[in-house]
Ligand binder design. Structure first.
Ligand code: ZN
Length: 204
């Protein structure tokens, strides 16, 4: 969205003006130069996406419009509820995704209604996961006692725990060791990587 507002999207018309060898025409309709205004509110397919949404946005009168898309988006962000802002941003992202699959993979133009549905669905999933994250932070689930298997060493004793894992992509193994006192405080620890060589001996 920052790129839209600051006119920094690698849009075809801008690339063409900079001398990049490509068609300046819109990937979606192939009939008009692809500018940010055209892609996000002037293209017939894009208008249908906005019309299919429940935002009451109608860019049908785009030709007469005196506002650029970046100005319109800025006003939405400044003056509307978070629900509306989420929908607008998600639809913009959906339009950009469809545009890229058309440009680079020559994919079929999907039904405009599916673009709106995907935007709506992605917001629901995002909000649902955000709720779960907030709940987990506010109400952390305590670890059950049965999951705690490590016990303190007796008084005046130390406990040594050793673990190893591997191999990693370089063929190395990791070895870690930690020593704790009777209060559970770490008094010594070490970690090292090493290469394991296997030797086989055959006895006849
Ligand atoms: Zn177009």
């Amino acid at each position: 969205m920052w790129r839209i507002i600051h006119n920094r999207l690698p849009i075809r018309e801008a690339l063409f003006k900079r001398g990049v060898i490509c068609s300046p025409l819109c990937c979606l309709c192939d009939g008009t130069n692809e500018s940010i205004d055209h892609l996000f509110m002037g293209c017939d397919w894009t208008k249908t996406v906005w019309f299919a949404s429940n935002l009451s946005v109608n860019f049908a009168a785009y030709c007469e419009a005196t506002i650029s898309f970046s100005e319109w988006v800025s006003k939405v962000i400044m003056h509307h509820d978070i629900e509306v802002v989420q929908l607008v941003l998600s639809i913009c992202y959906g339009i950009w995704k469809v545009r890229n699959t058309r440009c680079f993979e020559e994919a079929e133009l999907p039904n405009a209604l599916s673009c709106w549905n995907n935007a709506h669905k992605s917001i629901s999933e995002f909000n649902s996961r955000a709720d779960m994250l907030i709940q987990s932070i506010m109400h952390p689930i305590p670890m059950p006692d049965s999951a705690i298997r490590w016990t303190l060493p007796d008084t005046d004793f130390y406990k040594l725990n050793v673990d190893a894992a591997g191999p990693n992509n370089d063929g190395n193994w990791g070895l870690a060791a930690v020593i704790r006192d009777a209060d559970g405080c770490v008094v010594a620890k070490t970690f090292s990587l090493f290469m394991v060589h296997f030797y086989f001996k055959f006895y006849v």
